[in-house]
Design a binder for this molecule. Sequence first.
Ligand code: GDP
Ligand code: IMO
Ligand code: MG
Length: 420
Amino acid sequence: MVDVILGLQWGDEGKGKIVDYFAPHYDIVARFQGGPNAGHTLYIEGKKMVLHQIPSGIFHQNKVNIIGNGVVLDPVTLKRECEAVAAYGIDVRKNLFISDKTNIIVPTHRALDKASELSKGESKIGSTLKGIGPAYMDKTGRNALRVGDLLDKSFTTQYIKLRLKHQKLLDNFHFIEDISAWEEEFFEAIEFLKTLTIINCEYYINNAIKAGKKVLAEGAQGSMLDIDFGTFPFVTSSNTISAGVCTGLGVSPKQINEVMGVTKAYCTRVGGGPFPTELLDATGEELRKLGSEFGATTGRPRRCGWMDLVALHYTCMINGVTQVIMTKADVLDSFATLEICTDYEINGKQSREIPFQLSKLKVEPVYKKFKGWNQDTSNIKNAEGLPADMLMYIDYINQYIGVPVKYVSNGPGREQIIHI
Ligand code: GDP
Ligand code: IMO
Ligand code: MG
């Protein structure tokens, strides 16, 4: 049986905290897509830890954590992260397994990411520049190096072949960068990677499921950044939605049980692309300040805006979400009035559907106003303690999306979560 935790917005919904919270109920925690573009924040013993490659169940020593075949892996980031985790007494050689089919990010992928973004000028995606797009291009282009290849004598020859191909592309972009330092780090990290446990993930997971073990699949990015269903072309390069769990881990759709969708109580987006409810005024600034909305991977300020139910309804639909977890409700504590977008007005017509090419249309969000709860909720421990105005806000969301909000997170800490 596989349960899924994934993001319903444009990423950074608080998935890391939620996975860490639920991990004790599972035997295996597995990342199924994305790469070091992800930044999942956890608080361990009161200290902040941001994970980019390792699943967010790693701090539970007796759980197996898997990096699945759907992930693109930067060995340098992984090595650094394993060292950071080891400082907490975690032995990654015991509880971190990597699929032999995971694709490897090489230094020229990062250079290509930079070159491609530069060539786009004003219309750049706002990529994290971690090499994600080029790495997935090599996967679908059937050129990639995979973790299982490390065990092959011809790995270096294969690497050089790929680098030469990339060099031609970089020449086309007229992009020059000395990657020798990256390469040195890369080969050091490759040696480290060889010392970790490399598995055939699909057999491992399916055998575990057969033996009655419970698997938690951890999504990265968010559904509005999905390569097929997001705000294309301002998206990432993987399927971030629940269907990605099957191809990213090698499990059948029949094994998927709960799909837990994580949403903030408002919206944020980092990078370029359409964002209908974005607030470019003092309210947006207030959300950024109160929510500390700065990217966990790049430090960039996140764009902020009101909750968008047209988008949330859509992402619940394409994921088959069975329960919603609402994070950062506490960030709204001091607002006198809150707004929720219920419809998009496009060319004078109202609609509750996401149109094709949102990026090319002028969308006027239609809002419903709510009274704020105006009280500090960060110390509340149970549903009975939640303000009536917050419950009304949540109830409206439940009715609109047709899926219940089952948990409210009221602070970044491990214990700040309420079952409702
Ligand atoms: P992820 O990528 O989905 O794991 O989310 P990030 O870690 O990038 O961003 C979420 C940020 O919000 C992190 O700084 C978390 O510590 C923080 N956070 C998570 N849940 C809550 C919450 O309920 N309230 C507040 N105030 N912060 C939260
Ligand atoms: P987590 O897992 C928020 C955004 C980038 C950019 C676009 C493409 O922490 O929620 P890419 O590097 O994939 O080529 O960037 O996607 N992006 C994220 N935004 N959270 C993330 O991950 C993201 N990963 C990528 O900002 O707009
Ligand atoms: Mg993040």
